[in-house]
Design a protein around this ligand. Sequence first.
Ligand code: MN
Length: 211
Amino acid sequence: MPAPFKLAPLPWDEDALAPTISAETIKFHYHKHHQTYLDTLNKLVDGSPYADLKLEKIVRKTQGASEAKDKLIFNNAAQVWNHDFYWRSLTPSRTEAGAALDSAITAAFGSKDELIAQLAEAGKTQFGSGWAWLVSKGGKLAVEKTANAETPMAKGVNCLLTVDVWEHAYYLDYQNARPKYLESVLGKILNWDFAAQNLTKEDNAVRAAAE
Ligand code: MN
């Protein structure tokens, strides 16, 4: 859908992830932070050639831009996409990776515990604001971290899961203890079913990036 963009609804009730993530955090994070990125993006693209493009395409076209306005558009567009992907990476329900994702995890990391340890390390060592990601490249899984609004999607990399490690994602619940937030999120509320669905979309992701 081209602009004006709208926030996708959260995939669960605002209190559904508590106590791992409180309703208060979700209220600020979704209704203030995510909404502000969206409102800013809509103002920036209004009347510009970007207004007719899909969100993903705007992110890819403005990735690495040198002009100030395009940098701003990238930051806000990527943050809209990253947050929507983050909400869908989380779930209060018990989910299973399933056979295809399980074997890809075993091939790349040896075990799910090792994958979770690597995601925790990526999130913990991302200096300042950013994101930790599980991605697939040619069917091979990898853990990545990105700074600020940067997203592997912008480079055509297929994303399976993400965790927001900006302070606003955890400060109300964990204060400065980012590792505790990561331990709880990674151990309790990751949506493995969403990751498994994304694993099947790699060809689409690569094709869209090439457009
Ligand atoms: Mn955030």
